[in-house]
Design a protein around this ligand. Sequence first.
Ligand code: TYD
Length: 141
Amino acid sequence: MKKNTIDSTRVIDIPRIVDEGGRGNLSVIEKDCIPFKIERVYYLYDVPIDAYRGGHAHKNLKQFLVPLSGSFDVILKDGKNTKTVTLNKPNKGLLIVPGIWRELENFSSGAVCLVLASEVYNEDDYIRDFQDFVIAKKSTE
Ligand code: TYD
């Protein structure tokens, strides 16, 4: 389990190209924007307003969450501290490093959460029990 704290998670600005002719915005994530190579892309959508996603930590996976549409809250925990980040701008994404517990909630109607991930799907990389997570974090102290 990685020693990382919630201070290692951060919001990253995604470059935005505003069309001079009033045709809207274009944002682009190129290789230098996020600190890992993308191996997988998935997205959450049609999430009911009272639903809760996440509820786990990863041992090695790095992820970058982008609210392509709408908004939602990401609650981050490192076993000691908690912080909540509201994502509501398609040109601002959240980097989540390994060893951080995350919960996603408060999805607005029509919200879409794009996730760029550093590894392909691997269930063995998950810690899905919060007490196991807290114990694993303590052992890194
Ligand atoms: P999970 O990561 O638990 O979703 P969330 O954190 O959004 O609540 O994944 C939900 C289910 O989907 C789980 O059974 C595993 C499966 N899944 C895949 O098969 N591939 C993937 O890339 C992801 C992210 C999940």
